[in-house]
Design a protein around this ligand. Structure first.
Ligand SMILES: NC(=O)c1ccc[n+]([C@@H]2O[C@H](COP(=O)([O-])OP(=O)(O)OC[C@H]3O[C@@H](n4cnc5c(N)ncnc54)[C@H](O)[C@@H]3O)[C@@H](O)[C@H]2O)c1
Length: 283
């Protein structure tokens, strides 16, 4: 039987590299997808023949679509796992008081690259993953595990990175909404919400002063991946990683019975309404 195949984005460094290494130790073939050609290629080389580097900019749909097609073909027409993990912090402060104007005198837009990489790319990644998992049955697959990387910032707040925080909240919303639906076709959708794990995401001057008692070890992230891999019924989960523990986070409680009814029981009304619209294109 062929080996299961995974894609890990942002696998040239940090959490992605650790997850890719872990998957290979568990018998997977893994595509290292990263924007950085140097670290990505080095990572794949150090991991051996079951790793392949594909340079990818997840913020570009075309680049990500090519990644998925190439990964599926390299894996023998099979895809089983995706960790949509690539992420960046905010590239411009929303608090900036040096806004620039264009020729028309309009305020130029805020740089929202962190939204594109951390959220938009994750949504498109799930879209692509579903397509290839459905086509993996004949090659021994057909069961998919999709994991996204949110953040503890997606559960709390981070005043220094508001767009980043919004993107990480968005990832949790995606997982909680789509996760329970995809399980019907053997795809689970979950996310990790790391506390502070020392990686290249963090500027060196912060790493130097960060108190050791507030560091979450990389092993906690791998424990979460193992929890998702080991349980086919676990979907729609956001797991916070703090120190050596996993905290499976519930959504906020329903405000009242009305909100609970809308959330849990109004689906048939929505389904009925949408069934009269052949496609949502055009909305
Ligand atoms: N380290 C932490 O404490 C922490 C905490 C919470 C969440 N996270 C999240 O974990 C994820 C991984 O971060 P990390 O800490 O391992 O950081 P990292 O900087 O070590 O790794 C991120 C990787 O993503 C790659 N990348 C960036 N933009 C990309 C793009 N457009 N396309 C493809 N690859 C791209 C980078 O080249 C890098 O190799 C991120 O989503 C981050 O937001 C990290």
């Amino acid at each position: 039987m062929s080996k299961p195949v995974g894609i890990v984005t942002g696998a040239g460094s940090g959490i992605g590299l650790a997850v890719a290494t872990h998957l290979i130790s568990k018998g997977y073939k893994v595509v290292i997808a990263d924007l950085n050609p140097t670290t990505g290629a080095e990572a794949a080389k150090s991991l051996g023949p079951d790793a392949k580097f594909i340079q990818t900019d997840v913020a570009s749909y075309g680049s990500q679509a090519r990644l998925f097609k190439q990964a599926y073909e390299w894996g023998g027409n099979r895809l089983d796992f995706c960790h949509a993990n690539a992420g960046i912090d905010d590239r411009q402060y929303i608090y900036d008081d040096k806004e620039e104007l264009d020729e028309e005198g309009l305020v130029k837009p805020l740089n929202t690259k962190s939204m594109q990489v951390n959220l938009e790319a994750v949504i498109q990644g799930l879209w692509l993953f579903k397509y290839y998992v459905r086509r993996s049955k004949e090659s021994g697959g057909g069961k998919g595990k999709f994991v996204a990387t949110s953040s503890a910032a997606g559960l709390y707040y981070m005043t220094t990175n508001p767009q980043y925080t919004a993107s990480k909240y968005g990832v949790i919303g995606l997982v909680r909404s789509a996760g329970p639906v995809f399980v019907k076709e053997n795809i689970t959708v979950n996310c990790i919400c790391p506390g502070f794990i020392p990686t290249n995401l963090c500027p060196p001057q912060i790493l130097e002063v960060w108190p050791k008692e507030h560091i979450t070890p990389m092993k906690t992230a791998l424990d979460a991946i193992d929890a998702f891999l080991g349980d086919d019924s676990m979907t729609g989960q956001a797991v916070e990683l703090s120190l050596d523990k996993l905290y499976f986070r519930e959504m906020v409680p329903w405000a009242n019975a009305s909100q609970k009814w809308i959330g849990e029981e109004s689906l048939s009304i929505w389904d009925e309404a949408y069934s009269k619209v052949p496609t949502k294109t055009g909305y």
